[in-house]
Design a protein. Structure first.
Ligand SMILES: [Zn+2]
Length: 284
């Protein structure tokens, strides 16, 4: 925790080139589900879960859980203390008007210039007021191969998380979104990097096979966060960047129960409820 405004969690084992996943949330202060997703990601990554251990051995996670603390403190819906929608100012953030954005951008630019760092993912977490489920926005590129590669992570996440929808995931280059974190990072980072906005519904999701929407709870938001975290291992294994033969599903007894919750003090009622709804589907 380097400052009250920007908390960065680093989990790493030394390697020649550090693979980095950068996650930010709550640039829009009213989107509180984003904080629960972020909490789920963090709870999982610092847990004793075997997947989390493998990830910590291979990947550095930089997490900024709240990009707009002033707006959150004031109870604003979208803007900062000074009335800015910070997610339109990534191109040229001012150190006095958009200080958190300026600091985070500086860190990312600096990491991107470091030959020992490979910044591979940037994901900015939001909540959506009209759509259901979790889904992503990505960038559009000329190269078809890059377009296909970009779809891999959301597809894997769709497989892991019953509430995440690949069909609602879309790729765009709207002018109005030019100042967003996802668009700016897509232009800054090279073609081996992936930049997404992760959106989650404010209210509910439709799981495959269910006939009615399921209202989201704090627990199911956190579960989506845990699924996001573990999907990185699927991604890196698919690309042969991690070859450890470790289990990734809840079917292994060592993955069940409280392991990823150690120290969190939360109960498991929501988890049990979800298993009932989703049957055997391996999810978090
Ligand atoms: Zn938002």
């Amino acid at each position: 925790m380097s400052s009250p405004h920007v908390s960065v969690i680093s989990l790493l084992m030394p390697e020649q080139e550090k693979r980095v996943v950068f996650l930010t949330a709550r640039v829009h202060p009213g989107e509180s589900p984003a904080s629960f997703i972020c909490q789920g990601v963090i709870d999982f990554l610092v847990s004793q879960h075997p997947v989390a251990r493998v990830l910590r051995d291979h990947v550095v996670f930089k997490i900024v859980p709240m990009l707009n603390p002033d707006g959150v403190y004031l109870g604003n819906y979208r803007c900062s203390l000074m009335g800015f929608d910070l997610n339109r100012h990534w191109q040229d953030p001012s150190p006095w008007a958009h200080p958190t954005l300026h600091a985070v951008k500086q860190l990312i630019v600096q990491m991107n210039q470091d030959p020992k760092v490979s910044l591979e993912f940037y994901i900015d977490v939001h909540a959506h007021s009209t759509m259901m489920n979790g889904f992503m926005y990505g960038n559009v590129f000329e190269e078809e191969e890059r377009v296909h590669r970009q779809a891999v992570f959301p597809r894997l996440l769709c497989h892991n998380a019953p509430d995440f929808s690949f069909s609602s995931t879309s790729f765009n280059r709207d002018v109005v979104k030019a100042g967003t974190g996802r668009r700016f990072m897509g232009g800054l980072l090279d073609d081996t990097s992936y930049c997404y906005t992760l959106e989650v519904s404010f209210y509910s999701y439709m799981a495959a096979g269910s006939s009615a929407p399921v209202p989201y709870t704090e627990e199911t938001y956190m579960k989506l966060g845990r699924n996001v975290a573990r999907t990185f291992l699927d991604y890196y294994r698919l690309n042969n960047l991690i070859d450890e033969n470790k289990p990734t599903s809840l079917s292994n007894s060592s993955l069940d129960g409280q392991s990823y919750r150690q120290g969190s003090g939360r109960n498991t009622d929501g988890e049990k409820g979800d298993r009932r709804i989703h049957g055997n589907k391996e999810d978090f």
